[in-house]
Design a protein around this ligand. Structure first.
Ligand code: HEM
Ligand code: NAG
Ligand code: NAG
Length: 272
Protein backbone atom coordinates (compact mmCIF):
# COMPACT_ATOMS: atom_id res chain seq x y z
CA UNK A 1 0.00 0.00 0.00
CA UNK A 2 2.58 2.47 1.19
CA UNK A 3 4.91 1.57 -1.66
CA UNK A 4 2.24 2.19 -4.28
CA UNK A 5 1.44 5.54 -2.71
CA UNK A 6 5.03 6.41 -2.72
CA UNK A 7 5.47 5.46 -6.36
CA UNK A 8 2.39 7.48 -7.34
CA UNK A 9 3.57 10.45 -5.45
CA UNK A 10 7.00 10.06 -6.94
CA UNK A 11 5.61 9.88 -10.45
CA UNK A 12 3.38 12.87 -9.92
CA UNK A 13 6.23 14.84 -8.52
CA UNK A 14 8.53 13.86 -11.33
CA UNK A 15 5.94 14.95 -13.94
CA UNK A 16 5.43 18.20 -12.13
CA UNK A 17 9.10 18.72 -11.87
CA UNK A 18 9.86 17.90 -15.47
CA UNK A 19 7.33 20.38 -16.84
CA UNK A 20 8.98 23.75 -16.89
CA UNK A 21 6.80 26.85 -16.44
CA UNK A 22 7.40 27.75 -20.11
CA UNK A 23 6.14 24.45 -21.60
CA UNK A 24 3.19 23.81 -19.23
CA UNK A 25 0.68 26.26 -20.79
CA UNK A 26 1.46 25.09 -24.34
CA UNK A 27 1.04 21.39 -23.40
CA UNK A 28 -2.12 22.22 -21.52
CA UNK A 29 -3.56 24.24 -24.36
CA UNK A 30 -2.68 21.46 -26.83
CA UNK A 31 -4.52 18.97 -24.68
CA UNK A 32 -7.48 21.32 -24.39
CA UNK A 33 -7.42 21.89 -28.11
CA UNK A 34 -7.58 18.18 -28.91
CA UNK A 35 -10.23 17.52 -26.32
CA UNK A 36 -12.34 20.34 -27.66
CA UNK A 37 -11.83 19.14 -31.23
CA UNK A 38 -12.86 15.63 -30.35
CA UNK A 39 -15.91 16.90 -28.52
CA UNK A 40 -16.96 19.04 -31.46
CA UNK A 41 -16.49 16.17 -33.92
CA UNK A 42 -18.44 13.81 -31.68
CA UNK A 43 -21.24 16.33 -31.18
CA UNK A 44 -21.49 17.12 -34.90
CA UNK A 45 -21.52 13.48 -35.97
CA UNK A 46 -24.19 12.72 -33.37
CA UNK A 47 -26.23 15.68 -34.59
CA UNK A 48 -25.99 14.51 -38.21
CA UNK A 49 -26.86 10.96 -37.25
CA UNK A 50 -29.74 12.24 -35.14
CA UNK A 51 -31.01 14.36 -38.00
CA UNK A 52 -30.93 11.38 -40.39
CA UNK A 53 -32.77 9.19 -37.90
CA UNK A 54 -35.35 11.92 -37.26
CA UNK A 55 -35.85 12.36 -40.99
CA UNK A 56 -36.31 8.63 -41.55
CA UNK A 57 -38.73 8.41 -38.65
CA UNK A 58 -40.67 11.44 -39.86
CA UNK A 59 -41.20 10.05 -43.34
CA UNK A 60 -41.85 6.68 -41.80
CA UNK A 61 -44.62 7.98 -39.56
CA UNK A 62 -46.04 10.27 -42.26
CA UNK A 63 -46.16 7.68 -45.02
CA UNK A 64 -46.13 4.42 -43.15
CA UNK A 65 -49.26 4.40 -41.05
CA UNK A 66 -50.18 0.75 -41.13
CA UNK A 67 -53.82 -0.20 -41.70
CA UNK A 68 -55.54 -3.51 -41.22
CA UNK A 69 -58.25 -4.29 -43.77
CA UNK A 70 -60.86 -3.89 -40.99
CA UNK A 71 -59.57 -0.36 -40.26
CA UNK A 72 -59.49 0.57 -43.92
CA UNK A 73 -63.07 -0.64 -44.34
CA UNK A 74 -64.33 2.22 -42.13
CA UNK A 75 -63.12 4.97 -44.48
CA UNK A 76 -65.92 5.06 -47.03
CA UNK A 77 -68.10 7.86 -45.60
CA UNK A 78 -66.64 11.11 -44.24
CA UNK A 79 -63.04 10.31 -44.91
CA UNK A 80 -62.51 8.38 -48.12
CA UNK A 81 -59.48 6.10 -48.33
CA UNK A 82 -58.61 3.52 -50.90
CA UNK A 83 -55.76 1.08 -51.31
CA UNK A 84 -54.06 -0.11 -54.44
CA UNK A 85 -51.23 -2.66 -54.35
CA UNK A 86 -51.21 -2.14 -50.58
CA UNK A 87 -50.65 1.65 -50.73
CA UNK A 88 -53.34 3.63 -48.89
CA UNK A 89 -54.44 6.98 -50.33
CA UNK A 90 -56.66 9.73 -48.98
CA UNK A 91 -59.12 10.42 -51.80
CA UNK A 92 -61.44 12.58 -49.65
CA UNK A 93 -60.80 15.54 -51.95
CA UNK A 94 -62.68 13.82 -54.80
CA UNK A 95 -66.11 12.85 -53.43
CA UNK A 96 -67.53 13.13 -56.96
CA UNK A 97 -65.73 9.87 -57.75
CA UNK A 98 -65.41 8.12 -54.42
CA UNK A 99 -68.31 9.09 -52.12
CA UNK A 100 -71.38 6.88 -51.78
CA UNK A 101 -72.87 8.59 -54.85
CA UNK A 102 -69.66 8.53 -56.93
CA UNK A 103 -69.15 6.19 -59.85
CA UNK A 104 -65.95 4.76 -58.40
CA UNK A 105 -67.19 4.28 -54.80
CA UNK A 106 -66.39 0.56 -54.97
CA UNK A 107 -62.68 1.37 -54.76
CA UNK A 108 -62.91 2.98 -51.30
CA UNK A 109 -62.33 1.20 -48.01
CA UNK A 110 -60.49 -1.73 -49.58
CA UNK A 111 -57.70 -2.85 -51.84
CA UNK A 112 -59.46 -3.70 -55.09
CA UNK A 113 -56.28 -3.81 -57.14
CA UNK A 114 -57.63 -6.39 -59.57
CA UNK A 115 -60.57 -4.18 -60.57
CA UNK A 116 -58.16 -1.45 -61.73
CA UNK A 117 -57.27 -3.82 -64.54
CA UNK A 118 -60.84 -4.46 -65.66
CA UNK A 119 -62.63 -1.31 -64.44
CA UNK A 120 -65.40 -3.62 -63.23
CA UNK A 121 -66.88 -3.86 -59.74
CA UNK A 122 -67.93 -7.48 -59.93
CA UNK A 123 -67.38 -9.60 -56.85
CA UNK A 124 -64.44 -11.54 -58.38
CA UNK A 125 -62.66 -8.30 -59.36
CA UNK A 126 -63.02 -6.58 -55.97
CA UNK A 127 -59.88 -8.22 -54.64
CA UNK A 128 -56.21 -7.42 -54.21
CA UNK A 129 -55.35 -10.79 -55.79
CA UNK A 130 -53.77 -10.43 -59.23
CA UNK A 131 -53.23 -14.17 -59.74
CA UNK A 132 -53.40 -15.18 -63.39
CA UNK A 133 -52.99 -11.68 -64.81
CA UNK A 134 -50.20 -11.30 -67.36
CA UNK A 135 -47.36 -8.77 -67.13
CA UNK A 136 -49.27 -6.22 -69.20
CA UNK A 137 -52.32 -6.39 -66.92
CA UNK A 138 -50.21 -6.18 -63.76
CA UNK A 139 -48.35 -3.19 -65.23
CA UNK A 140 -51.69 -1.48 -65.96
CA UNK A 141 -52.59 -1.77 -62.27
CA UNK A 142 -49.17 -0.40 -61.35
CA UNK A 143 -49.85 2.58 -63.68
CA UNK A 144 -52.93 3.33 -61.55
CA UNK A 145 -50.73 3.22 -58.43
CA UNK A 146 -48.48 5.81 -60.09
CA UNK A 147 -51.57 7.90 -60.85
CA UNK A 148 -52.64 7.90 -57.18
CA UNK A 149 -49.12 8.73 -56.05
CA UNK A 150 -49.22 11.80 -58.25
CA UNK A 151 -52.82 12.80 -57.58
CA UNK A 152 -53.50 12.05 -53.90
CA UNK A 153 -51.61 12.03 -50.59
CA UNK A 154 -50.43 8.59 -49.58
CA UNK A 155 -51.24 8.08 -45.94
CA UNK A 156 -50.05 4.56 -45.26
CA UNK A 157 -49.83 0.94 -46.16
CA UNK A 158 -52.26 -1.91 -45.87
CA UNK A 159 -51.09 -4.96 -43.95
CA UNK A 160 -51.84 -8.00 -46.05
CA UNK A 161 -50.95 -9.26 -49.49
CA UNK A 162 -48.43 -6.55 -50.40
CA UNK A 163 -47.02 -5.41 -47.05
CA UNK A 164 -46.31 -7.32 -43.88
CA UNK A 165 -47.07 -6.22 -40.30
CA UNK A 166 -43.82 -4.18 -40.28
CA UNK A 167 -44.75 -2.36 -43.47
CA UNK A 168 -42.11 -4.24 -45.43
CA UNK A 169 -42.94 -5.27 -49.01
CA UNK A 170 -43.89 -8.92 -49.41
CA UNK A 171 -42.99 -11.43 -52.10
CA UNK A 172 -46.27 -10.49 -53.84
CA UNK A 173 -45.20 -6.87 -54.12
CA UNK A 174 -41.75 -7.89 -55.38
CA UNK A 175 -43.50 -10.01 -58.02
CA UNK A 176 -45.50 -6.98 -59.12
CA UNK A 177 -42.25 -5.04 -59.58
CA UNK A 178 -40.81 -7.94 -61.55
CA UNK A 179 -43.85 -7.91 -63.86
CA UNK A 180 -43.56 -4.15 -64.31
CA UNK A 181 -39.89 -4.58 -65.16
CA UNK A 182 -40.64 -7.34 -67.68
CA UNK A 183 -43.30 -5.14 -69.27
CA UNK A 184 -40.90 -2.22 -69.52
CA UNK A 185 -38.31 -4.41 -71.20
CA UNK A 186 -40.91 -5.80 -73.61
CA UNK A 187 -42.03 -2.28 -74.50
CA UNK A 188 -38.44 -1.19 -75.12
CA UNK A 189 -37.84 -4.24 -77.33
CA UNK A 190 -41.05 -3.52 -79.20
CA UNK A 191 -40.01 0.11 -79.80
CA UNK A 192 -36.60 -1.01 -81.09
CA UNK A 193 -38.24 -3.62 -83.33
CA UNK A 194 -40.77 -1.13 -84.70
CA UNK A 195 -38.08 1.37 -85.61
CA UNK A 196 -36.58 -1.28 -87.87
CA UNK A 197 -39.76 -3.02 -89.01
CA UNK A 198 -42.70 -0.62 -88.55
CA UNK A 199 -46.31 -1.81 -88.47
CA UNK A 200 -48.41 -1.56 -91.64
CA UNK A 201 -51.55 0.49 -91.96
CA UNK A 202 -54.61 -1.69 -92.02
CA UNK A 203 -58.28 -1.29 -92.87
CA UNK A 204 -61.27 -3.48 -93.42
CA UNK A 205 -64.37 -2.83 -95.41
CA UNK A 206 -67.32 -5.09 -96.09
CA UNK A 207 -66.89 -4.75 -99.89
CA UNK A 208 -63.14 -5.10 -100.33
CA UNK A 209 -62.09 -7.03 -97.22
CA UNK A 210 -58.83 -6.30 -95.44
CA UNK A 211 -56.12 -4.16 -96.94
CA UNK A 212 -52.62 -3.63 -95.49
CA UNK A 213 -50.18 -1.06 -96.79
CA UNK A 214 -47.00 0.81 -95.93
CA UNK A 215 -46.34 4.54 -95.95
CA UNK A 216 -43.33 6.53 -94.77
CA UNK A 217 -45.09 6.99 -91.41
CA UNK A 218 -47.18 3.83 -90.98
CA UNK A 219 -47.24 2.55 -87.42
CA UNK A 220 -46.37 6.06 -86.29
CA UNK A 221 -42.74 5.51 -87.35
CA UNK A 222 -41.57 8.49 -89.41
CA UNK A 223 -38.92 7.32 -91.92
CA UNK A 224 -37.24 7.98 -95.27
CA UNK A 225 -38.45 4.71 -96.85
CA UNK A 226 -41.89 3.15 -97.35
CA UNK A 227 -41.37 -0.60 -97.34
CA UNK A 228 -43.31 -3.70 -98.37
CA UNK A 229 -46.00 -5.44 -96.28
CA UNK A 230 -44.97 -8.82 -94.87
CA UNK A 231 -46.55 -11.33 -92.48
CA UNK A 232 -44.64 -11.51 -89.23
CA UNK A 233 -45.33 -14.01 -86.48
CA UNK A 234 -44.53 -12.55 -83.05
CA UNK A 235 -43.52 -15.56 -80.95
CA UNK A 236 -43.72 -13.71 -77.63
CA UNK A 237 -47.24 -12.38 -78.32
CA UNK A 238 -48.17 -15.55 -80.27
CA UNK A 239 -49.92 -13.45 -82.88
CA UNK A 240 -49.35 -12.59 -86.50
CA UNK A 241 -49.16 -9.01 -87.70
CA UNK A 242 -48.17 -6.98 -90.73
CA UNK A 243 -44.81 -5.20 -90.76
CA UNK A 244 -43.12 -3.06 -93.40
CA UNK A 245 -39.73 -4.37 -94.56
CA UNK A 246 -37.06 -2.78 -96.71
CA UNK A 247 -35.35 -4.36 -99.76
CA UNK A 248 -32.49 -5.50 -97.56
CA UNK A 249 -34.88 -7.60 -95.41
CA UNK A 250 -36.55 -9.42 -98.29
CA UNK A 251 -34.48 -12.57 -97.69
CA UNK A 252 -35.14 -12.57 -93.91
CA UNK A 253 -37.03 -15.80 -93.25
CA UNK A 254 -39.11 -14.27 -90.42
CA UNK A 255 -41.02 -12.15 -92.90
CA UNK A 256 -43.43 -14.00 -95.23
CA UNK A 257 -45.01 -12.60 -98.37
CA UNK A 258 -48.79 -12.30 -98.58
CA UNK A 259 -50.51 -14.60 -101.05
CA UNK A 260 -51.46 -12.98 -104.34
CA UNK A 261 -49.41 -9.87 -103.60
CA UNK A 262 -46.34 -8.70 -105.51
CA UNK A 263 -43.20 -8.74 -103.40
CA UNK A 264 -42.49 -5.19 -104.65
CA UNK A 265 -45.97 -3.80 -103.86
CA UNK A 266 -46.49 -1.32 -101.01
CA UNK A 267 -50.02 -2.66 -100.57
CA UNK A 268 -51.69 -6.05 -100.26
CA UNK A 269 -55.31 -7.16 -100.26
CA UNK A 270 -56.08 -10.11 -98.06
CA UNK A 271 -58.69 -12.74 -98.72
CA UNK A 272 -61.15 -13.13 -95.83
C1 HEM B 1 -60.00 -0.28 -66.60
C2 HEM B 1 -60.96 0.60 -66.76
C3 HEM B 1 -61.14 1.84 -65.92
C4 HEM B 1 -60.67 2.15 -64.70
C5 HEM B 1 -59.78 1.32 -63.78
C6 HEM B 1 -61.11 3.49 -64.39
C7 HEM B 1 -60.82 4.15 -63.23
C8 HEM B 1 -61.11 5.46 -63.00
C9 HEM B 1 -60.78 6.18 -61.82
C10 HEM B 1 -60.04 5.58 -60.64
C11 HEM B 1 -61.22 7.44 -61.95
C12 HEM B 1 -61.08 8.55 -60.92
C13 HEM B 1 -59.82 9.31 -61.22
C14 HEM B 1 -59.51 10.30 -60.13
O1 HEM B 1 -59.49 9.94 -58.94
O2 HEM B 1 -59.23 11.47 -60.47
C15 HEM B 1 -61.84 7.54 -63.24
C16 HEM B 1 -62.42 8.67 -63.74
C17 HEM B 1 -63.17 8.71 -64.88
N1 HEM B 1 -63.38 7.64 -65.75
FE1 HEM B 1 -62.64 5.80 -65.57
N2 HEM B 1 -61.86 3.94 -65.41
C18 HEM B 1 -61.90 2.97 -66.38
C19 HEM B 1 -62.57 3.02 -67.58
C20 HEM B 1 -63.34 4.08 -67.99
C21 HEM B 1 -64.13 4.10 -69.19
C22 HEM B 1 -64.24 2.95 -70.19
C23 HEM B 1 -64.72 5.33 -69.26
C24 HEM B 1 -65.66 5.91 -70.23
C25 HEM B 1 -66.29 5.26 -71.19
C26 HEM B 1 -64.30 6.08 -68.10
C27 HEM B 1 -64.66 7.34 -67.82
C28 HEM B 1 -64.20 8.08 -66.77
C29 HEM B 1 -64.53 9.47 -66.57
C30 HEM B 1 -65.39 10.33 -67.47
C31 HEM B 1 -63.87 9.86 -65.40
C32 HEM B 1 -63.92 11.22 -64.75
C33 HEM B 1 -62.87 12.09 -65.33
C34 HEM B 1 -63.00 13.47 -64.74
O3 HEM B 1 -64.13 13.94 -64.60
O4 HEM B 1 -61.96 14.06 -64.41
N3 HEM B 1 -63.47 5.29 -67.35
N4 HEM B 1 -61.75 6.32 -63.86
C1 NAG C 1 -36.46 5.90 -35.36
O1 NAG C 1 -35.92 5.03 -36.34
C2 NAG C 1 -34.91 4.18 -35.86
C3 NAG C 1 -34.40 3.37 -37.02
O2 NAG C 1 -34.35 4.16 -38.19
C4 NAG C 1 -35.46 3.29 -34.76
O3 NAG C 1 -34.43 2.48 -34.24
C5 NAG C 1 -36.05 4.14 -33.66
O4 NAG C 1 -36.68 3.32 -32.71
C6 NAG C 1 -37.09 5.09 -34.25
N1 NAG C 1 -37.60 5.98 -33.20
C7 NAG C 1 -38.90 6.27 -33.10
C8 NAG C 1 -39.26 7.23 -32.02
O5 NAG C 1 -39.74 5.79 -33.83
C1 NAG D 1 -57.77 13.60 -46.05
O1 NAG D 1 -58.12 14.61 -46.97
C2 NAG D 1 -59.09 15.50 -46.48
C3 NAG D 1 -59.51 16.42 -47.61
O2 NAG D 1 -58.48 16.69 -48.51
C4 NAG D 1 -58.50 16.25 -45.30
O3 NAG D 1 -59.47 17.17 -44.77
C5 NAG D 1 -58.12 15.25 -44.23
O4 NAG D 1 -57.50 15.90 -43.16
C6 NAG D 1 -57.17 14.22 -44.81
N1 NAG D 1 -56.90 13.20 -43.80
C7 NAG D 1 -55.67 12.80 -43.48
C8 NAG D 1 -55.55 11.78 -42.42
O5 NAG D 1 -54.66 13.24 -44.03
Amino acid sequence: MSTTNKTNKGQKRSVNQSSSPATTPSLLSNYKFWLASCLIIVVISFAIQRQTIDKTNKTATEKERLFTSDELRTYTKDELYLAILGHVFNVSSAPRFYSSTGGYKFYTGRDASRSFHTGKSTEEDLTDDLTGLNDEAVASVYDWLAFYQKQYPQIGKLIGRYFDANGAPTKHFQNVLVSVDHMKKKEEEKATFEQKWPPCNSEWSHDTGRRVWCTDKSGGVQRTWIGFPRRYFDSSLKTERCVCVQNSDKQDGRFKEYDNCLSTSNECRLPD
